[in-house]
Design a protein around this ligand. Structure first.
Ligand code: HEM
Length: 392
């Protein structure tokens, strides 16, 4: 234990240099550990149970109250992440049915075509800027297809998504930028929903417009849900793809195995998500006294579920620090959460990541990372730039 009883300081240089060494050292003790916000849960079982615990609700830090602003952060009872109980069930019911296996299959075909087009477009004499050429673009285009927005708006929507996602990591300096992005997006989404009311299609915006017209949700809900879908989908999928291809490029034997046997891609993508999840942690707020990983936690506490640590828990995973593209996952991985807030876009996201990984691993026998890669894995699971090229 270092200063002031803090066991885990995520801003500490030692932690940022090698978070798993710190997790491994702390996981030997029973129960969650102290962090500067409250508690951190490092075990698989502890995280999994906390996801299921109704005394723990999704929280953000700093909270709207701490930032001194109720808007633009206050989406309580409007979004899936911001609601519980009956409200959550009702809002989820308006969204989740859209993500049927049939729709995902149809989108898979379109995605495969888009991936092929983006890879053919690239000059093979130059390193492939993975994020700009593929991983940022495909999820934005997919969002347009799924939501029913014009494809030409993909770039603009992706930029809003990035700003809105900063809600989870930003300090007060982001308040104004987020407010402007929210205002612009509000106008855009309101127009889109109004258009879908009169020109419905097979898309999520039409589904939400119809649910609002039928009185299942109100118009404000439709707007907030669409906004949540946008901020939850684009960047997370891009980072997950970047991290997967980064991991594979660092494990040339695994890359070569996928090149030889593309049917391994779904198994390998699961292992990539275990080994290096894009969402490294998610925060819970205790609305009542509860027990977390065997320890009493008081109402009002902030509890951080460290998914990246849970995914290397030796109680669940053999040789947890070994990347094994053929690993059969012994328990469902937590990269998409668990329980009532489990990611409704998980099947869509998995499909996108699989298609991008398959596109590149089948094109190249093995890859290497070229100069200019910029990643921030330890703190945030972010991939800013990842130039790749085929290796000799
Ligand atoms: C690889 C990409 C993605 C990852 C890693 C991811 C991860 C997650 C995680 C971990 C949660 C649970 C958060 C928590 O309980 O604290 C979540 C929730 C959510 N995700 Fe995803 N997600 C991805 C893609 C998507 C996509 C494509 C969509 C929509 C089309 C989406 C929509 C949502 C929504 C709306 C929630 C909130 C659900 C609720 O609170 O009931 N996500 N996601």
């Amino acid at each position: 234990v270092d200063h002031a009883g803090i066991d885990l300081d995520p801003s500490d240089e030692g932690f940022l240099a090698d978070p798993h060494r710190v997790f491994d050292r702390l996981r030997h003790r029973p129960g969650p550990v102290r962090d500067p916000r409250g508690w951190s849960v490092l075990t698989y079982e502890g995280c999994h149970q906390a996801f299921l615990d109704t005394a723990l609700v999704p929280g953000i830090h700093p909270s709207p109250e701490q930032l001194g602003h109720r808007e633009p952060w206050c989406t309580r009872d409007r979004t899936l992440a911001g609601s519980e109980g009956d409200v959550h069930t009702r809002l989820r019911g308006a969204v989740a049915p859209w993500f049927t296996p049939g729709r995902i299959t149809a989108l898979r075909e379109r995605t495969r075509g888009l991936v092929r087009e983006r890879l053919t477009d690239h000059d093979p004499g130059l390193p492939l800027p993975l994020m700009a050429q593929l991983a940022d673009l495909v999820p934005a285009r997919l969002f347009c297809w799924a939501a029913g927005a014009p494809e030409s708006d993909a770039g603009m929507l992706a930029a809003w998504s990035r700003t809105l996602l900063a809600v989870f990591t930003a300090g007060p300096e982001m308040v104004e930028r987020v407010r402007v992005a929210k205002e612009e997006l509000a106008a855009y989404t309101t127009d889109l929903l109004a258009h879908k009311k009169t020109h419905p299609g097979d898309d999520l915006a039409s589904e939400l417009a119809a649910a609002a017209a039928a009185g299942a949700i109100d118009e404000q809900d439709a707007y907030f849900l669409l906004e949540e879908m946008l901020s939850a989908s684009v960047d997370n999928t891009a980072n997950t793809t970047g991290l997967a291809l980064h991991t594979l490029a660092e494990h040339p034997r695994a890359w070569a195995a996928l090149h030889a046997a593309p049917s391994l891609v779904p198994t390998a993508v699961e292992e990539c998500g275990r080994f290096q999840p894009a969402i490294r942690h998610t925060i819970r707020y205790a609305v009542a006294d509860t027990v977390v990983d065997g320890t009493s936690v008081e109402q009002g506490s902030l509890v951080t579920l460290r998914i990246a640590a849970a995914h290397r828990d030796p109680a669940v995973y053999d040789a947890p620090h070994v990347f094994d593209e053929m690993r059969a996952q012994p328990r469902p991985q937590l990269a998409f959460g668990a329980g009532r807030h489990f990611c409704p876009g998980a099947a869509l996201a998995r499909m996108e990541v699989q298609e991008m990984v398959a596109g590149l691993t089948s094109a190249w026998r093995v890859a290497e990372i070229a100069d200019g890669a910029r990643l921030n894995i330890a703190a945030a699971g972010l991939v800013h730039e990842l130039p790749l090229r085929p290796a000799a």
